[in-house]
Design a protein around this ligand. Structure first.
Ligand code: PLP
Length: 468
């Protein structure tokens, strides 16, 4: 018996493209050296994100067909609401089309200009939502210097200092991102959440969860935190939700579907104010920007995602894949979480300084070597352009090999590890990138880059040949 295997069999298949070396080079050039701009038709294995990329189960496809598309009061909403209430214990459930819509509505309702949101790490869209209200997003992750079972935790000493300090009265909410995507997909422990709750109570601050990967966080608690191994992932998740005032989630992750999000809170008055925004920007409160069928697929997905056999397979896949990438010569962050394996590109490419985007350089090299797409979580994403045009470096130059749920088999991941080995073998020759064009916010999605080992192309992007 292998250590793990996929706890499902495959019912529908989709061919994958195998672009040649020249086609890969051309695709990357046309994309301004930004993998977000490379068409999926030029990707062999797509580990860009685990978001919205899940394979749905037969039961979810069946649920789609029973979707109720009534504008108001659809049965699909009732199904969704029942599942979310049972899972979270929060009475007020608002569907939205994806996570960032939830962030915009909930944080836009909670926060006012001059206030502060503190988090173990605001994900990039969360930070954008906080800052768009005129509030400040402060990240207080625990030190990432040495491996820890709960590297996603919030630094409680720093939180205490903030809440009791001169600016403490400005803190309106604490946000725990479970798992902590930006710091390596590491879980947040139940004890950290409980202690955060105590501090929030002491200072009268709201505690919210970004619960996009609540099931994976719960599984890792039951696996790693003493005193919880006898609990099912669902029971652990329920304990976590019970400690907070509310949550939002991108259900494109642990909702096991391709679109969707939610806000779920205890406070009826907060929900009423959010619903006003929901109606204005998403849709009527019983569909919130989704089709009825999406709500049914999500309701089913939210039941499946806490299946212990599925979560065990998911965690073991990430661990095994991390070992394969480490054997290939990549510096893998340990321990691995569930949704991705993270690699430290700064360590692999010490000759590429942060402002030359080592994470981007490694990601692009993996694409050129094998049409593997991963994502850059380094200075392009988390660095900030200063008024002088220089970049403040991200804390770490991470590259994320995200694992879409139930999509790729072990042999697909073996191919990725082989591609990684070819790249690692020539690490010393990999050059960095410069930024040619960038947006003010969330620049990594659209930035145009240039390889620093090639002469500058002065043609404006708008005049470069379009893809046909
Ligand atoms: C932790 C976290 N929060 C929020 C989001 C935003 O969700 P969405 O992409 O559905 O807007 C993401 C997306 O990756 C995420 O990982």
């Amino acid at each position: 018996m292998p250590e793990f295997m996929e706890p499902f069999r495959i019912k529908a298949v989709e061919p994958i493209p195998f672009p040649t070396t020249d086609e890969r080079r051309e695709a990357l050039d046309r994309a301004g050296h930004n993998l977000f701009r490379v068409p999926a038709s030029a990707i062999t294995i797509d580990l860009l994100t685990d978001s919205g990329t899940s394979a749905m189960s037969a039961a979810q496809w069946a649920a789609l067909l029973s979707g109720d598309e009534s504008y108001a009061g659809a049965r699909s909403f009732e199904n969704f609401e029942t599942v979310v209430r049972d899972l979270t214990g929060y009475d007020e459930v608002l569907p939205v089309h994806q996570g960032r819509a939830a962030e915009r509505i909930l944080l836009g309702t909670v926060l006012a200009p001059g206030e502060v949101s503190i988090s173990n790490t605001h994900f990039d869209t969360t930070r954008a939502a906080v800052e768009s209200t005129g509030a400040t997003a402060v990240d207080l992750p625990v030190s990432q210097r040495s491996p820890s079972a709960f590297g996603g935790d919030l630094d409680l000493a720093s939180l205490r200092a903030w809440l009791g300090g001169a600016d403490g009265s400005r803190v309106r909410c604490v946000v725990l991102t479970v798992t902590n995507n930006a710091t390596g997909g590491q879980p947040v422990s139940l004890s950290n959440i409980a202690k955060t709750r105590e501090l929030c109570d002491r200072y009268g601050v709201m505690l919210l969860l970004d619960a996009s990967r609540f099931a994976e966080n719960a599984y890792l608690i039951s696996e790693r935190e003493s005193g919880h191994s006898h609990r099912s992932p669902r029971e652990v998740a329920q304990l976590v939700f019970a400690l907070a005032d509310g949550c939002w989630a991108s259900l494109k992750k642990d909702g096991m579907a391709n679109i969707g999000g939610m806000i779920a809170v205890r406070d009826g008055e907060l929900a009423r104010r959010c619903r006003e925004q929901l109606i204005a920007f998403e849709g009527f409160p019983t569909y919130g920007g989704l089709a009825g069928r999406d709500l049914d697929a999500l309701a089913q997905g939210l039941l499946e995602v806490t299946d212990p056999a599925y979560l065990e397979y998911r965690a073991k896949t990430a661990r095994w894949f991390g070992e394969k990438l480490a054997e290939a010569g990549l510096p893998v962050l340990q321990p691995t979480g569930c949704h991705a394996v993270y690699v430290d590109a700064g360590e692999l490419l010490p000759n590429v300084p942060p402002h030359q985007l080592p994470a981007t350089a490694l990601a692009n090299e993996l694409y050129l070597a094998g049409a593997v797409r991963v994502s850059d979580l380094g200075t392009l994403v988390f660095g900030r352009a200063t008024a002088h045009g220089e970049d403040i470096a991200a804390p770490r130059e991470l590259v994320r090999f995200a694992l879409p749920r139930r999509v790729y088999t072990k042999s697909h991941l073996e191919y990725v590890a082989e591609t990684a080995a070819a790249v690692a073998a020539k690490a010393g020759q990999i050059a960095g990138y410069g930024i040619v064009e960038q947006a003010e916010s969330l620049r990594h999605f659209t930035a145009v880059l240039r390889p620093l080992d090639r002469p500058v192309d002065r043609t404006p992007a708008s005049e470069r040949p379009a893809r046909t």
